[in-house]
Write a protein that binds this ligand. Structure first.
Ligand code: G6P
Length: 611
């Protein structure tokens, strides 16, 4: 949801800003811009903005060569206020070009601020909420930038991460955040601010995460931090473990394909550190057995694919640990006045740790006195910092908008929690426990095995790439899996896809099935196989083309299906981790056949930091 970057140092700022923005494009890509200060030469700020992808900005600036200067800010946008036009693209400058601003977030009271500023004679060039910030900074700038920033942000309602340049302070870049992410980083060749770690990995891994309402000032030879009283504060820097290779395509055609193939490693990296001598050890979580025994109910909240993870976890946790689980979309949770009984554990699942709705749900639950546990991929993200307990997935940076490896590792985290909770609550025999842990440890290799059959999925995708409607059906845990399968297909191929509990189809949606409709049925749950076959027969009889996904050995499926995809056998509760792999490959190759920009599908952004 918009990426921002700022740099000052000995390098050519435009080059560094463009490279940094390229790694943030997953956050939004409908317009882009940079603003560079040319130092002591003229005390002028030079801004360049384009509609469309970052490449358009590269073309407009001769890959940055045509823009001189050693400090600047940049932005890649996912439009909220105002269409994606050049006028609405960031950076926004105050009237006289004294201040330039890039912004990630939403200013909720921008209409009132705009009126006040117009009353003071400011003329607006865009429809954005951000332009009010540029004018406010200009209004309050009396020579002390920290003071101007403090006075400005006191008037802002909503969320923001800002990068700011003042024309009369060449070589300096300022930043501040509230509820939108911002990191600062330092290297020998200069200093940085950015929305996310991948933007700076090419130059440094030495970063610090800004807390809400902390101000950062970058100078060529150092970084300083201030609180809202204008006092200097100290921040600790940490070395991030991700390296630059993790944020590059490494020979793959797309990040999505690379990330699909990284799943065996991401799963192993997430599972192995928590299994010692055949037992799941979750010490790092800091959740005691006593706390686990006191959990009477679990409330899970998340958005998008992470919500599908929660849908899966509900089945697994209830089945293994016997703990009732409620699942809510984060955007719905706090507005429905949920009844939260004592002993309810709040679980938030988020790759980025910055999704606005999930963060708000976490804060709501905490304010109601709930103990919170977050499953997060990004270390230092807001959700990770605010939750009482954190389980970090080890997916590494995920760049493609359509999530794959983050989803898989979230599933693994939930499986481990369910097995561990079940064991602490005395719900599993030693034998059942070891069977599950052994099966869990085998998942990475089984995923590799499925990936070795990729060519078959590519062939299948080519065959069905022109399908108009696709229906994904499954029962029990397979229903949770098809939710993700249908989303993967629709978000990157633009094919209308719906997921249904197989038994529910006949209560309405079956009227949409006609000759040529594609139905993909997932059938892995041993107790439900017969019932699902009946549902499959029902759609097949109505002319649908039927693709079945089941485990090796269940060859009966071939009597019903036009095409059958097999995955290796595992324990029933662990099938979602294997089922999702062919579904990801199918979506990827259908998208490719249809000529879509797989990594950056239209209208989407990876990190959604607005409600
Ligand atoms: C966006 C992404 C989805 C993701 C969802 C939640 O919509 O496109 O892939 O599942 O946000 O993101 P989170 O970072 O909280 O997991």
């Amino acid at each position: 949801m918009c990426g921002i970057v700022g740099y000052t140092g000995a390098g050519h700022a435009a080059h560094i800003l463009l490279d940094g923005l390229e790694r943030l494009e997953y956050r939004g890509y409908d317009s882009a811009g940079i603003c560079v200060s040319d130092g002591e030469k003229s005390h002028m700020l030079k801004a360049l903005r384009v509609k469309g992808r970052l490449q358009a900005l590269r073309d407009a600036t001769d890959n940055g060569d045509s823009v001189d200067g050693e400090s600047g800010i940049g932005h890649t946008r996912w439009a909220t206020h105002g269409e994606p036009t050049v006028e609405n693209a960031h950076p926004h400058l105050s009237g006289g070009g004294k201040v330039a601003v890039v912004h990630n977030g939403i200013i909720e009271n921008y209409a009132d601020l705009r009126k006040t500023l117009e009353g003071r004679g400011y003329v607006f060039q865009s429809e954005t909420d951000t332009e009010t910030i540029a004018h406010l900074l200009d209004y309050y700038d009396k020579g002390d930038p920290i003071d101007a920033i403090v006075r400005t942000v006191m008037h802002l309602r909503g969320s923001f991460a800002l990068g700011i340049l003042f024309a009369d302070r060449p070589g300096e870049v300022y930043g501040i955040r509230r509820d939108s992410p911002l990191i600062a980083a330092t290297s020998e060749s200069g200093n940085f601010i950015a929305s996310d770690v991948p933007a700076i990995l090419e130059w440094t891994r030495n970063v610090t995460y800004l807390d809400n309402m902390e101000i950062v000032c970058l100078k060529k030879d150092g970084i300083s931090f201030y609180n809202m009283d204008g006092e200097k504060i100290e921040k600790e820097f940490t070395t991030v473990s991700w390296d630059i290779a993790a944020a590059e395509k490494g020979g793959y055609a797309h990040f999505m394909l690379k990330e699909i193939h990284e799943q065996p490693k991401a799963m192993a990296d997430t599972i192995h550190p928590h299994v010692r001598d055949g037992r799941i050890v979750l010490d790092e979580l800091g959740m005691t057995d006593e706390e686990i025994r006191a959990v009477r109910r679990i409330q899970m909240v998340a958005c998008g694919s992470a919500w599908h993870v929660c849908m899966t976890a509900k089945y697994v946790m209830e089945q293994l640990a016997g703990i009732p689980v409620d699942v809510d979309l984060a955007s719905e949770f706090r507005y429905r006045n949920p009844v939260l009984e004592e002993g309810t554990l709040l679980m938030v699942v988020s790759q980025s740790g910055e999704t606005a709705d999930s963060l708000a749900a976490l804060r709501y639950g905490k304010a109601q006195g709930m103990l919170s546990l977050a499953i997060v991929n990004v270390v230092g993200s807001s959700i990770a910092r605010e939750a009482d307990r954190v389980f970090y997935t080890a997916a590494g940076p995920e760049i493609a908008v359509a999530t794959t490896k983050a989803y898989s590792t979230q599933l693994a985290a939930c499986d481990m929690l369910a097995i561990h909770f079940a064991s602490v609550k005395g719900k599993l025999s030693e034998e059942e426990y070891h069977t599950l842990v052994d099966a869990l440890l085998k998942l990475p290799e089984q995923i590799s095995e499925i990936l070795r059959g990729e060519a078959r999925m590519q062939w299948l995708a080519g065959k069905y790439a022109n399908t108009r409607d696709a229906f994904f059906i499954g029962r029990g845990l397979d229903y949770a899996s098809v939710l993700e399968g249908a989303l993967k297909l629709k978000e990157i191929s633009y094919i209308h896809a719906e997921a249904y509990a197989a038994g529910e189809l006949k209560h309405g949606t079956i009227s949409l099935i006609e000759k040529g409709s594609m139905v993909l049925a997932v059938a892995t749950q041993s107790e439900l196989l017969e019932k699902e076959v009946s549902n499959i027969v029902e759609v097949h009889a109505r002319g649908a083309t039927l693709l079945a996904l089941t485990f090796e050995g269940n060859y009966n499926m071939e009597d019903q299906a036009d095409f059958t995809i097999y995955i290796p056998k595992t324990e029933d509760v662990l099938y979602p981790s294997l089922v999702v792999i062919p579904l990801q490959l199918l979506a990827y190759y259908v998208s490719l056949s249809r000529g879509i920009d797989v990594d950056k599908p239209r209208n989407l952004a990876k990190s959604v930091t607005v409600e």
